[in-house]
Design a protein around this ligand. Structure first.
Ligand SMILES: [Fe+2]
Length: 249
């Protein structure tokens, strides 16, 4: 399994606060069956402004610590990007840390109101040659009430990333119902932990069974297919950077 969304890098946001905690998260992720993890700190202009080069360096450092600790876990840089109108322009300029340096861009579905131009931001990313991955749409109070709107976003080609803990009810019944509906209708393209601390990985090993129980093999296949496509894209992008492990072993 691949975790495309977590806050594992130390001291970058409200996630891990020390290298020890980051390493413990990596250990938990491994124990729960993850083979690859994308480190995706929050990027919100004016509050969390971490540069891609800083994210890369921190990821490489943590990957080295994980290797030294004997953890068979691949770590890749990424970011959870606030849906700002200039997101696509910043992607073009290389100012955004995409998932593993690929064309996949993790975009946060905010916990509160959606920006008025939300769909346009996603559309512009696709027109610009990027693949938007929408983080936890089930947690957004507009999208989790408005299924047709979310369905139309899915149909434009946006990959919906459901949080594993949404399926277990961690965020409440409304979010859980929305996450279950997304999975049951085979709209979930990727799963993320959105882990901020080691214990957030507890129980993640069962998430694929949970997906299968809700949406059958078709729901699992949709996720596996996207994971493979993402890792292929990361593999192609990895050649451009030093220090990043290739997912082809
Ligand atoms: Fe997150």
């Amino acid at each position: 399994m691949i975790d495309v969304h977590c806050h594992i890098l130390p001291g970058m946001d409200d996630g891990a606060q020390s290298e020890d905690e980051s390493l413990e998260m990596a250990r938990m992720a491994t124990n729960q069956g993850m083979v690859a993890v994308f480190a995706t700190p929050h990027i919100v202009r004016g509050s969390y402004d971490t540069e891609p080069s800083t994210i890369r360096q921190a990821t490489e450092r943590l990957a080295e610590c994980a290797r030294n600790a004997g953890l068979p876990l691949l770590l890749y840089p990424g970011a959870e990007n606030h849906p700002a109108p200039d997101l696509v322009e910043n992607c073009r300029l290389g100012k955004v840390m995409t998932l593993g340096g690929s064309k996949y861009v993790l975009v946060e579905a905010p916990g509160a109101e959606l920006p008025w131009s939300f769909e346009k931001i996603l559309f512009n990313l696709m027109v610009g040659g990027f693949h938007p991955v929408l983080a936890h749409p089930e947690r957004n109070p507009t999208l989790n009430r408005d299924s047709p709107r979310l369905l139309s976003i899915f149909r434009t080609g946006v990959i919906l990333q459901v949080n594993a803990r949404s399926l277990t009810g961690f965020y409440g019944s409304r979010v859980q119902a929305s996450a279950e509906r997304i999975v049951r209708e085979c709209l979930a393209g990727l799963i993320g932990s959105d882990a901020h601390q080691p214990r957030d990985y507890e129980g993640l090993r069962r998430v694929r069974d949970h997906v299968r129980a809700l949406g059958g093999d078709r729901a699992v296949a949709a996720i596996v297919q996207n994971e493979e496509a993402l890792m292929e894209a990361v593999s192609e992008a990895a050649a451009r950077f030093t220090g990043l492990p290739s997912p082809r072993r």
